[in-house]
Design a protein around this ligand. Structure first.
Ligand code: HEM
Length: 230
């Protein structure tokens, strides 16, 4: 088990939903499917590795990777569409659905954390950095509802969504980069993390490049950034 688990043991989005009658069930299906897959993954790992600290830490890792696969398109989908063309426009348009699916899958991860706290011999560290990440995910999910987001102005929403998405990316970076480096040293960094690191860093660079490139080419329809449902 890694040091962290030991410590613990110590475009306009057409899924706006509000207007389109067909859209809400689609998003609902994404949310339900993401949650069920996350739950099934956790159950499988716990069945194989046991429901103790070791098995729970493994299940946390498995669900975290599934969460990341859902988070990434919400994080980088719009920027990808901007640079790689209309082929990815569909991905960008589904940003909100991916974001909400991520939040649903994360619920299982958080449930496993609570389970770990219950079975761990020693519960000390509050791990505020990670709890804040979960808070960001659910705040975004709440404000992705058009009626709730109406309370914020567009500028406040933009700041909130940008800040929260970048913070969640930071939490992934801590888990995929910082902690394995601290636990193993640069020489023994586990290669299994590399695909996730490439995706994470690539996504961050794409977003940065997309922001620098604004204002965009005239006449080119570009989807709204992540998690927007306007
Ligand atoms: C946005 C929210 C979160 C994200 C993005 C996230 C991400 C991750 C990732 C990527 C891993 C896999 C680490 C690895 O493979 O080595 C992981 C594992 C873990 N997470 Fe989370 N997490 C979040 C929320 C939380 C919260 C709220 C807690 C508890 C306070 C938590 C506790 C853990 C623990 C204990 C592990 C297992 C570490 C290990 O032993 O390998 N996570 N998380």
């Amino acid at each position: 088990m890694t040091a962290r688990a030991s410590e613990l043991s110590g475009s306009p989005n057409r899924l706006a939903g509000a207007r389109s009658i067909g859209a809400l069930p689609v998003v609902g299906c994404w949310i339900a499917a993401a949650f069920v897959v996350s739950l099934a993954l956790a159950a499988l790992v716990l069945a194989i590795a046991g429901v103790g600290e070791h098995g729970t830490a493994l299940a946390l890792r498995a669900t975290a990777r599934w969460c990341f696969l859902l988070f990434w398109p919400a994080y980088a989908g719009s920027a990808l569409a901007r640079f790689c063309g209309p082929r990815f426009a569909g991905l960008a348009r589904q940003g909100r659905a991916f974001g909400l699916a991520f939040a649903a899958a994360l619920a299982v991860h958080v449930g496993l954390v609570l389970w770990l706290m219950a079975v761990a011999a020693d519960q000390r560290t509050p791990m505020l950095l990670f709890w804040a990440g979960a808070a960001c995910a659910y705040t975004l999910a709440l404000f992705s509802l058009p009626r709730v987001r109406g309370w914020l102005g567009p500028r406040a929403w933009r700041v909130l969504s940008e800040g929260a998405m970048q913070y969640i990316a930071l939490v992934f970076a801590v888990d995929f980069i910082v902690e394995p480096l601290q636990a193993n040293g640069p020489g023994k960094y586990p290669l299994t993390y590399l695909p996730f690191v490439v995706m994470l860093v690539g996504g961050a660079l794409l977003r940065l490049a997309a922001q620098i490139r604004r204002p965009r080419m005239a006449g080119q329809a570009v989807p709204q950034p992540h998690w927007h449902s306007r």
